[in-house]
Structure formats: structure tokens, C-alpha cells
Write a protein that binds this ligand. Structure first.
Ligand SMILES: Cc1cc2nc3c(=O)[nH]c(=O)nc-3n(C[C@H](O)[C@H](O)[C@H](O)COP(=O)(O)O)c2cc1C
Length: 340
């Protein structure tokens, strides 16, 4: 059991924030497969303070995905606090502050991973957000800005400041900001943070591509949770598998082709229930690239799924390669149930 504030989670494997991926559809399927906590992709603080913008479907949490964390990013404590309060009001169960994003345009504006160069601001943002909301507040952090540039110390300063100020959990991606997604994640540092701050909940992130690795990292580091990022794209079954292994059960059999096809179809249809066809069809391609990894004829199937420009074309490809169609799924299973 993991406790984040008053939120109780029965297994320590969570859906990481993934910009451009972890929307309602992906999060809902992760929950169905046994994930106990999921995060939105990063959202700018200034979005939340615009009433018109937050009414957009893509910013709304769902009824049937719970608990879900809103990930917020910005540069100033006051706006971050205002935005966090707005997300809480929209129904999100917790607030996660992004001090990790390495995108150059984000760094140029002093946001995300830039916090590793200004630890006082990072801690001040946390404190003001903490005061502005009732729900748990967590932080996503990288282990330094660049290696050997002196910002490793800032990392430790931020961890200490957040721990002293009562952070509900720190999720650490074991790479530098400058390192983007290159190289192997440094799990030694993640483990060392837990050893130094045993009373603080620490989650680890980096290179968790399968359930075995998720469970192994959890056991070997003594941390409180593992966030699964790229390993969960087009692979919600990773949560079912991690849960089984964690409970000491054998690795579950992989999903049948039929189960895979139904999952894809539902994912795609939920996207269509939130976005027009001309957006949903290309958007689904990046998921197809991952879903098809389990298919014995991956190359052909992927080609067939990347080509279509219409809903019907995607349906035809799924029917041809997975043997399932819309008659197999209910309206309820693709409904988008938002909280407001
Ligand atoms: C496409 C993509 C989008 C991401 N978006 C976010 C994001 O919005 N917020 C965040 O904190 N991390 C984001 N991340 C980082 C992941 O949450 C995770 O920490 C990182 O990918 C390391 O885990 P992995 O090696 O298991 O993928 C993103 C990563 C990828 C690959």
C-alpha cells in the first residue's frame, strides 16, 4: 500500500505523465488494466487561469479514471498556485509540478527543467501551490540540469527543501535535463534520495519498458513507487503484468490478438469521441506503432494501420489483422465520461 496524502494506492506502479499521449483515453485504459494512479501530460499554468481554455474537453478529468493528477508547469509561484487551485476545482485528485521538462522552448521561458538552475524558485513554487490547494502535491524532477555543471547540488537542495515543506511525493526521472532521453537512467541517485530522505515518498522513472523491470527496480531501490512512461504506450497490459508479479503470481499470458484488437478499437473510438476524425486518425498512428509490437506480423500490420486516412480505414485494418470490429464493443466501453 502506498499513501499519497490521503490517497491510498494498492500497488506501486503508476502511469507517468506523457505529453501528447496520456489523455483521458490512454489513462482510462491504464486504470482498467490495474494502474492505480495516472497523470495528465504537462499543462501550462496560464491555460488553467483562462476559464475558456479549461472548458476544452482535453483538459477535463474523467469520472471513471481516479485518482488522476494534473501536471502543471510554469515559472512563477503566483501563477502556478492559481493554476493548481483551478485544476483542483476542475476535479483533479492531485497536483504534480513539472520541474523536469527538457524542451528547449520550455527552458528558454524559465519553466520545467530550468528549475534545476533556480532551486529557491522551485521550492517557493511548491510552497505557494501547497498553500493554494487541499489535495496532495507531488513534484516531477530530473537529477541535475547538466552533468558536472554544479546543478547536482541544486537537485539535492530542491529535494531537501521539498521534503521539509511537506511534499507528498517526488517523482525522479534519473536523467539530466540536458540529457533529454539519451543514455541510461541513473537509478543509483534515485535510490540515494530515498536513503537520504526516508520519510519522503520517492517515485522513480526511467527505462521501465516491461513489468519485470518495474518490479525489480521497486524491490532493489526501496523507493515507494515506479512511474511507467514509454513502456505503457500502446501497452496498458504492463500494469496487469506488474500487478501480478508484485503479488507473487506468475507472469500473465500476453493478451490474445482479439484482446489487442478490442483495446485498439476502444482507444481509437474514445479519441474519436473527443476529437474530429481528421485529428484522431493521424494522432492514433503513434499508438499503433506501439500496439503492433505484440503482433507476430508486426511490419505488415503497422503498414496497414499507418496508411488509412479515415475511421473506416482503421477499422478495416483492425478487422483484417486482429479479427475484431465494432460489433464486439459496446457504446458504454467507449463513452467519454467527464467530471464536469
Ligand atoms: C513523448 C514523451 C512525453 C513526455 N511528457 C512528459 C510530461 O508531459 N511530463 C513529464 O513530467 N514527463 C514527461 N515525459 C517523461 C516521462 O514521464 C518519463 O519520466 C521519461 O520518459 C523516462 O521514463 P522512460 O525512460 O521509462 O520512458 C515524457 C516522455 C516522453 C517520451
Amino acid at each position: 500500500m502506498v499513501k499519497i496524502g490521503d490517497i491510498e494506492l494498492d500497488v506501486p506502479f503508476f502511469q507517468a505523465p506523457l505529453s501528447g499521449y496520456t489523455d483521458y483515453a490512454m489513462r482510462k485504459l491504464a486504470f482498467e488494466m490495474g494502474c492505480p494512479l495516472a497523470f495528465t501530460g504537462v499543462m501550462l499554468d496560464k491555460v488553467a487561469v483562462h476559464p475558456k481554455a479549461v472548458r476544452k474537453l482535453k483538459f477535463q478529468p474523467g469520472i471513471d479514471e481516479r485518482p488522476v493528477g494534473a501536471q502543471v508547469m510554469g515559472a512563477t509561484p503566483e501563477v502556478m498556485a492559481q493554476a493548481s487551485a483551478a485544476f483542483e476545482k476542475m476535479g483533479y485528485d492531485l497536483i504534480d509540478l513539472n520541474f523536469a521538462c527538457p524542451a528547449p522552448k520550455v527552458l528558454r521561458r524559465g519553466r520545467g527543467g530550468c528549475m534545476l538552475t533556480k532551486p529557491e524558485t522551485a521550492i517557493e513554487i511548491f510552497k505557494q501551490v501547497r498553500d493554494a490547494v487541499k489535495c496532495p502535491v507531488t513534484v516531477k524532477l530530473r537529477i541535475c540540469y547538466g552533468y558536472m555543471d554544479g546543478t547536482e547540488e541544486n537537485f539535492w537542495q530542491i529535494c531537501e527543501g521539498l521534503s521539509n515543506a511537506g511534499v507528498d511525493a517526488i517523482a525522479i526521472h534519473g536523467r539530466s535535463v540536458k540529457g533529454m532521453y539519451r543514455g541510461k537512467a541513473d537509478w543509483k541517485t534515485i535510490k540515494a534520495v530515498k536513503e537520504k530522505f526516508p520519510a519522503t515518498k520517492i517515485f522513480g522513472s526511467g527505462d521501465i519498458m516491461d513489468a519485470q523491470t518495474a518490479v525489480e527496480r521497486y524491490k532493489s531501490t526501496g523507493i515507494d513507487g515506479i512511474v511507467i512512461a514509454r513502456g505503457a504506450i500502446g501497452n496498458p497490459w504492463i500494469f496487469r503484468e506488474a500487478r501480478a508479479l508484485f503479488e507473487g503470481k506468475p507472469m500473465p499470458e500476453g493478451p490474445s490478438l482479439e484482446e489487442q484488437g478490442i483495446m485498439m478499437l476502444r482507444h481509437f473510438e474514445m479519441l474519436l469521441n473527443m476529437n474530429p476524425e481528421r485529428k484522431s486518425v493521424p494522432y492514433f498512428r503513434k499508438f499503433s506503432a506501439r500496439y503492433t509490437k505484440r503482433h507476430p506480423q508486426r511490419k505488415k500490420v503497422l503498414m496497414a494501420l499507418l496508411k488509412p486516412k479515415t475511421r473506416e480505414g482503421i477499422h478495416d485494418a483492425i478487422r483484417k489483422w486482429y479479427g475484431v470490429g465494432m460489433e464486439e464493443i459496446s457504446d458504454e466501453s467507449i463513452a467519454v465520461n467527464l467530471r464536469s
